[in-house]
Design a protein around this ligand. Structure first.
Ligand SMILES: CC(C)(COP(=O)(O)OP(=O)(O)OC[C@H]1O[C@@H](n2cnc3c(N)ncnc32)[C@H](O)[C@@H]1OP(=O)(O)O)[C@@H](O)C(=O)NCCC(=O)NCCS
Length: 336
């Protein structure tokens, strides 16, 4: 039976470092508040010049992943692009990335799963591979948040947590009887919470989609009910992680590393505590990058591999995340 294996990973973070102190120039906040509540010390934002979109960051991460896989873009059967900050309202960033890779007809799908974009992307890729519809897939998670954040005290709860960045993985279907690849997954969504974290305008449900008044009222910036999202995350992340462990017939002893989505270090500390995980079995990098949404898990995965924190053969990872939608989920992946 065909199993999905990871052939290469890559990440790209913009060079511009924005510290918590830098943010105090635009809004009433402090390094102390941000570190205490979120664990974030700094984040990367794209350069203010040059109109850089999610597909540009995705391209840089993809080039690294492709070269590590030993692939050229023409080897790809499919591109899956996860982002909540697409370059354009439409068409999707996957199409833009496809063009930037020099491809002329390779299919490209955008998925709008926010912080669980990578998790949903992995399950879609696995389904394509198992059904025989594709055998070499590029999965990208990329965000440019910084151009869509309110640089004022009104938006400070959201603005301080988000960063720009991209991660990419090359996935291949390989015929093997070994227990490798995507061992278990459990993905969910509950649209009842859509307004707990959203950007309201411009939108098709508004007529007109955008007005000067909407801009003045700040409806074009992300709004978040942070406390509610926090509560959902600390409850659902351990629950769904246990579900995938049970599905795979594994325990935490079989897991080499847990890579949670990077939304807030405190959420991940609660998660770690409720799973009874030792420090060396959970990976966090939010301190350096903030929340890069669809980019966060593949960026962390690339760092975990680079730092050799999991065994090269049969390394087993549990991924988990929750974010806007709300969407949440977990999965267990084992390297070949
Ligand atoms: C956003 C978050 C860090 C806010 O932390 P919190 O402890 O819930 O803080 P609150 O929103 O209750 O705000 C507490 C106070 O700090 C203030 N505050 C909010 N942001 C601030 C900032 N950046 N700097 C300083 N003060 C701030 C609030 O105005 C409030 O002041 P008040 O008590 O005078 O009204 C936290 O709720 C969170 O991380 N939530 C989950 C986020 C998440 O996972 N999102 C999904 C990711 S996709």
């Amino acid at each position: 039976m065909k199993k999905m294996v990871i052939k290469g990973t890559g990440r790209y973070l913009p060079e511009r470092i924005v510290t918590n102190d830098d943010l105090t120039k635009f809004m009433d906040t402090s390094d102390e508040w941000i570190q205490q509540r979120t664990g974030i010390e700094e984040r990367r934002w794209v350069s203010e010049e040059g109109n850089i979109g999610a597909s540009d960051l995705g391209l840089e991460a993809s080039k690294i992943a492709l070269s590590r896989a030993g692939w050229v873009p023409e080897d790809l059967d499919l591109i899956i692009f996860g982002t909540l900050s697409p370059d354009l309202f439409f068409p999707g960033s996957g199409c833009l990335l496809q063009s930037k890779l020099g491809l002329k007809s390779t299919p490209a799908i955008d998925i709008r799963q926010q912080c669980t974009g990578f998790l949903y992307g992995m399950e879609i890729a696995d389904a394509y591979i198992k059904s025989g519809h594709a055998s070499r897939i590029l999965l990208v998670g990329a965000e440019v948040h910084s151009t869509g954040l309110e640089m004022a005290t009104r938006g400070r709860d959201v603005t301080v947590i988000f960063g720009d960045g991209a991660g990419a993985v090359c996935l291949e279907g390989v015929e093997t009887d070994e227990n490798v690849g995507l061992l278990a997954a459990s993905l969910h969504a509950q649209g009842d919470y859509a307004e707990a974290l959203m950007v309201e305008a411009p939108a098709s449900r508004l007529n007109p989609r955008i007005t000067h008044e909407m801009i003045d009222d700040g409806r074009v910036w992300p709004k978040m009910d942070g406390r509610n999202v926090f509560k959902l995350a600390v409850k659902r992340l351990p629950e769904v992680s246990q579900v995938v462990l049970d599905k795979a017939g594994l325990t935490l002893d079989d897991i080499d590393m847990v890579i949670p989505h990077q939304a807030n270090l405190r959420i991940n500390q609660f998660f770690q505590k409720s799973m009874n995980l030792p420090d060396e079995k959970i990976y966090n990098n939010i301190q350096k990058y903030g929340n890069t949404t669809a980019g966060s898990i593949p960026i962390a995965l690339d760092e975990v591999i680079e730092k050799k924190l999991i065994p090269k053969e049969k390394g087993t990872i549990l991924f988990a995340g929750l974010g806007a939608g709300v969407t949440w989920g977990a999965m267990i992946f084992r390297f070949m």
